[in-house]
Design a protein around this ligand. Sequence first.
Ligand code: FMN
Length: 223
Amino acid sequence: MERFILTVNMTLNLTSDELLMTTRAVRKRLDLTRPVEKKVIEECIEIALQAPSGSNAQRWHFVVVTDAKLKDEIGKLYRKGAKEYFSSGTGKSTSSDDPRYRAIARMRDSALYLVEHIHEVPVMVIPCYAGRSDGLSSAEQAGIWYSIVPAAWSFALAARSRGLGTAITTFHLAFEKDAAQLLKIPYEKIMQTALIPLAYTKGIKFKPALRNPSSSAIHWNHW
Ligand SMILES: Cc1cc2nc3c(=O)[nH]c(=O)nc-3n(C[C@H](O)[C@H](O)[C@H](O)COP(=O)(O)O)c2cc1C
């Protein structure tokens, strides 16, 4: 088997814990003016493909969109999806008494910025799964999603370690069929799972996020 060699020497030399704790959803700090080299995108995908998948089936595909006209069209679908999401109330902030209020308001503001600028990102990456999850049991769904999400997240980590930012987004999926048509993805067989904007970041320092304490998520032996 041909050995994969990292050819682009531009890693930030983050420790693995730093990488895991500072890979944020980057929106306002995406550098929309700096092109991303094809080689870097390929490297990140190469690394992503080291992820696990059910039965090692590797039913993953990455559609990389760099064409300005296509990005414009996909951007329109993203905006339509975002509009539906925000008007449905799902994206509404909590009350201003809630301690999470400021963080949620900031996230919303950042998400709205990306909605405005999504078509300007140098690269859109759409991780796809060869199969569809529609109507499947939760066990079957788990088999599918855990066979693509680790790879997509590895892609984001590989990008971050090279000074690039990403955000896992799903707004455009409300119009997945339209996106499939635009990108010539065979919708019946191939499921789009996200849209990941990819760009160099403005600055390279990112902080760990404030999260709920692990005690609220850990259940020892029983729920
Ligand atoms: C399943 C999923 C869907 C998401 N969809 C969107 C989206 O459509 N648009 C967007 O701007 N961010 C989206 N996000 C990003 C989240 O808002 C982000 O991961 C979260 O706020 C945590 O950000 P942080 O890690 O930078 O703290 C999505 C994240 C996930 C995991």
